[in-house]
Design a protein around this ligand. Structure first.
Ligand SMILES: Cc1ncc(COP(=O)(O)O)c(C=O)c1O
Length: 374
């Protein structure tokens, strides 16, 4: 599979060899336990440990994360289950962990949990590779690039080199980019982690997460954690996710192209400030993003005058749902400050570009902006 390109790989990833009278993607296996006589050895023993539907999905995700390489992928019930699996299984009392201070808004909850277990946590912003300055003595460095919702980008190769030098492992939350946008393991990271609730599955109808590692021991630790905590995906969700992967390249390409069109149009408006999109040539993160990313993602963020203007804008949109989450084929947008967890202005909009026709979407956004400004 390593010689094929993204679209071909996505269409075929994780599928079994063709077999007469069998379906292309075998249906979900609903099983709490499997027939098992004698010694309790794998591959399928008990439903909290393994399931053939996960195996195929894990194979598929591994092929996208690291084409042509042997990696271990573990799927989880949600992105947070995957995030926690790495952070809570690796950190020990007395260890130091470095997190971004502008990452996903549930990270501070994980921080509280780590501190309750006697783990020291340091934070620094994603932009400017500021986490470099707080690496001393750390055991684990957590990166989120591009960051959600601010869309800052850090230089993964540079941070990995410094972290490894300091004896720390590195995990990258790759949710915004997906493996088609960025391959953290290729950039040197030890763990590639994602919420597959977002662009990876792209239909806004399932929660899922995964962790992929090259090192079999690190992978075994993550897998062990899933067994201990039991944060397993349902077979139906895993099967739907696998089916969604076949359209990943088409969805992401369309969404990224339109995101750039939207960001470019927004950059010409005087009522829009704080515009961020790593694919925009003038964006502060563009140079690093262009070096390490293969696609720039479907999320654009910007700031409107105040809360009222932002709410009028969201109300005025006809093709865009006012909803959280991102990466789906239907465009969504939200006033991010409504949640209270991010350090963003009241008028901050996180806009997730879907697969609608770009002209329709652009007209809808321009119209809603014009009306909101009045
Ligand atoms: C960057 C990032 N990581 C992790 C998560 C958590 O994922 P989930 O909601 O699937 O648990 C999210 C959710 O928005 C996210 O944006």
């Amino acid at each position: 599979m390593s010689t094929t390109s993204d679209g071909t790989r996505a269409v075929r990833a994780g599928l079994p060899a063709p077999e007469q009278y069998e379906p292309t993607l075998p249906g979900p296996v609903f099983a709490a336990h499997f027939h098992l006589s004698g010694e309790p050895v794998g591959p399928y023993t008990y439903g909290r440990e393994t399931n053939p539907t996960w195996t195929r999905l894990e194979q598929a995700i591994g092929e996208l994360e690291a084409p042509g390489e042997q990696v271990g992928t573990t799927v989880f019930a949600s992105g947070m289950a995957a995030v926690s699996a790495v952070l809570l299984s690796r950190a020990r009392t007395g260890d130091t962990v470095v997190l971004p201070d502008d990452g996903y808004q549930a990270l501070p909850l994980v921080r509280e949990q780590l501190e309750a277990y006697g783990v020291r946590v340091r934070t620094a912003p994603t932009g400017g590779d500021a986490q470099l300055r707080v690496l001393d003595g750390a055991k684990l460095l957590w990166l989120e690039t591009p960051s959600n919702p601010g869309l800052d980008v850090c230089d993964v190769r540079r941070l990995v080199a410094a972290a490894h030098e300091a004896g720390a492992l590195v995990a990258v939350d790759n949710t915004l980019a997906t493996p088609l946008g960025q391959r953290p393991l290729e950039l040197g990271a030890d763990f590639s982690v994602a919420s597959d609730t977002k662009g990876m599955t792209g239909h806004g109808d399932i929660l899922l997460g995964h962790v992929t590692c090259k090192d079999p021991e690190l992978s075994a630790g993550v897998r062990r954690w899933r067994k201990v905590v039991g944060a397993i995906p349902g077979p139906m969700e895993a099967w739907l996710a696998h089916r969604s992967l076949s359209t990943l390249q088409m969805r992401i390409d369309r969404q990224c192209d339109t995101a750039l069109v939207l960001a470019t149009a927004l950059s010409r408006r005087t009522d829009v400030t704080g515009l961020r999109y790593p694919g925009l040539p003038g964006d502060a993160s563009h140079a690093i993003a262009a070096r390490q990313m293969r696609r720039f993602g479907s999320v654009v963020s910007f700031v409107l005058a105040d809360k009222g203007t932002a709410e009028r804008f969201l109300d005025g949109l006809r093709l865009v749902d006012d909803a959280t989450s991102f990466g789906g084929i239907r465009s969504t947008a939200e006033r991010r400050a409504r949640w209270g967890g991010d350090a963003v202005p009241e008028g901050f909009i996180r806009f997730s570009v879907g697969a609608e026709d770009p002209d329709d979407l652009l007209a809808d956004v321009e119209n809603a902006l014009d009306r909101a400004a009045r």
